[in-house]
Write a protein that binds this ligand. Structure first.
Ligand SMILES: Cc1cc2nc3c(=O)[nH]c(=O)nc-3n(C[C@H](O)[C@H](O)[C@H](O)COP(=O)(O)O)c2cc1C
Length: 287
């Protein structure tokens, strides 16, 4: 493979697009920084490269603290603006409508709109020529809640329990209603006239009209992207007594609903077509 020798340059990819902040004469200011990276693991340190004339550098030297804010793509205009104007002349916080907050260090301004914020204490400054290479120890790390890979708060973090209720065909209207309306807006229990009871867990509501009810304790929640995949340990199982035959749940009496996603239709449970663990024996002879 042929190689072309270039003039020595800082060809390292990818470069971040960060907003580095400092209080200059007590006032928050931010500049765009592409020259930055990780410096040390324990204690956690990062490094930023700042030209000597930058207004932000003045603040870094005044307080010996600074911040590193990671903007998301929707802040690209603001990032660029902070990279082409100087805080010595304009109030960038005001023009960019940045909401500034402070963490443990009190003097490193952080931008609320940026999903990730680090506040740092200066530990080394190296004058490398055109730029000062500033190494800071990370003293505070903040991440916007909606950027954390966590399941939605409301359900699991309240009770960590849920119920699974099997309705019979005569509840098909209620099932459909519960699938097309949100409990955030309407009281589905009231509208569907569900009689709710609780089992051992006390916090998983069960529907009396449904012949089969399971109450579960959350074991795992996997955030798969569009959905949370929730695995529950069944802690209580209840079956309406009129749906039992010889003490066992009888599917003919339970009359569960079958849902066909492709046609958006509900079906009733079908006819028995064969006995399990039995019909397959007919092929055993051909083994
Ligand atoms: C994408 C981008 C990346 C930049 N990276 C750096 C950098 O790593 N170091 C630096 O000193 N200036 C960098 N700049 C330029 C400064 O952000 C710019 O000089 C700014 O006006 C300084 O603001 P201040 O005077 O308010 O501190 C960058 C500009 C842009 C647009």
């Amino acid at each position: 493979m042929a190689k072309v020798e270039m003039t020595p340059d800082r060809l390292m990819y990818p470069r971040p697009a960060l907003l580095v902040g400092a209080n200059v004469d007590g006032k928050a200011n931010f500049m765009a920084v592409g020259g930055g990276g990780v410096a040390n693991a324990e204690p956690p340190m990062i490094a930023v490269l700042i030209r000597h004339h930058c207004h932000t550098l003045k603040g870094v030297l005044q307080n010996l603290t600074f911040s590193v804010n990671t903007p998301s793509v929707d802040l690209v205009r603001e990032v660029d603006f902070c990279g082409i104007t100087s805080g010595a002349k304009v109030d960038k916080v005001k023009i960019c409508k940045f909401k500034v907050f402070y963490g443990n260090l009190k003097t490193a301004p952080l931008i609320e709109q940026c999903p990730v914020n680090l506040e740092c204490k200066v530990v080394h400054i190296l004058n490398l020529g055109t730029h000062s290479f500033i190494i800071g120890e990370v003293k505070g790390t903040y991440v916007s809640e909606d950027c954390l890979d966590l399941p939605p708060k409301a359900v699991p973090l309240q009770n960590l329990t849920f119920s699974v209720n099997t309705p019979s065909v005569d509840l098909v209207r209620e099932v459909d209603f519960c699938g097309i309306t949100s409990g955030a807006k309407v009281d589905k229990v009231k509208i569907c006239k569900f009689k709710v009871f609780y089992g051992n867990l006390k916090t998983a509501p069960l529907i009396e009209q449904c012949p089969v009810n399971l109450e579960c304790r959350v074991m795992h929640i996997l955030n798969l992207g569009t959905h949370s995949f929730i695995i529950g340990e069944v802690k209580g199982t209840y079956v309406s007594d009129d749906c039992l035959t010889n003490g066992k749940p009888d599917v003919k009496k339970i009359k569960p609903i079958v849902f066909n996603l492709e046609s958006s239709e509900y079906y009733a449970f079908g006819e028995v077509i064969a006995k399990s663990h039995s019909i397959g024996r007919e092929l055993k002879a051909k083994e």
